[in-house]
Design a protein around this ligand. Sequence first.
Ligand code: WQD
Length: 340
Amino acid sequence: MKVLLTGGAGYIGSHTAVELLNAGYEVVIADNFSNSSPETVGRIEKITGKNVSVYHVDVADKKGLRTVFEKERIGGVIHFAGYKAVGESVKVPLRYYRNNLDCTLTLLETMEQFGVNIIIFSSSATVYGPLNAIPYVETMAAGPCSNPYGSTKLMIEQIIKDASAARGELSAVLLRYFNPVGAHSSGLIGEMPNGIPNNLMPYISQVAVGKFEKLNVFGNDYPTRDGTGIRDYIHVVDLAKGHVAALKYGAAYRGVEVFNLGTGVGYSVLDIVGAFERANKIKIPYAIAPRREGDLPEYYSDSAKACRLMGWKAERTLEDMCRDAWNWQKNCPPARPIEV
Ligand code: WQD
């Protein structure tokens, strides 16, 4: 089967491309490279020894996307394309709603025109919002989200559910990611944060490489075991394999199904610092800083459903995550300059 990956040159898209190619699928990438590099496609090919068709298009551009569907016989779509910076989404919400919703609507319309009936969507644990108890289970009511980025994910979930209800042939799998970290063990692909990283693991890696003097730990007075925030970190390769499982599931299933993709285990910020130091034998200096606005004290997944229905389970350890994150950081192309 030929699979279209929108945003396929990005962090999670590129790792998913590798796992799909390894599993025997053909891969087509549509990306506008607004937050990724065309060089990544060559690296995917190098890792797998297989070719990828790549289109430099904006998924919200109807004509551009049509061309992809005309030229390739697409059997299913994995939809990653979208803006993803939480803080930025608070500052420029309309840009987030416009881009993330436009991309999805154009994609769903084009899929309908070409009779493509499987979509896997890149959703987020953030859709559970601040009110649910932990661990998060798929049966819980989602929302309200505390930022526009999260709201776009929740809205897109709803759009896909409505589209599938109206067009019964359309199967959808909505994947709610927890905190993806790490990189491919080859060190050839990984996360390329733009400017100063917002997320914990890339920030720690950049402290390790000497780009920053120390990590700021956002709060040590949360009601958690060591006072720092707890999250469910998942190795990006495990996450990528979750997409392969979802595609198989979607092909055999009619309707819409939601799955958490996490490990089910929560680690604190200080757990991550300690694990990174042990795995890579590098000291990570840190200082306690004020809490970051909008952060929740603790959340992690119940990921039993993905195991039960798709036979998928995260296998990589926290040590693997820290080792691979550092291996990528050492090898990765220079980061883009910090915008002022
Ligand atoms: C993890 C923990 C921080 C940076 C976000 C989005 C989510 C998803 C993944 C997708 C928290 C602490 C962090 C730092 C720190 N986005 N921290 N110092 O906020 O759980 O999830 O990224 O595209 O939707 O909300 O991840 O890695 O930013 O933070 O102390 O410099 O690390 O407070 O407890 P988060 P994160």
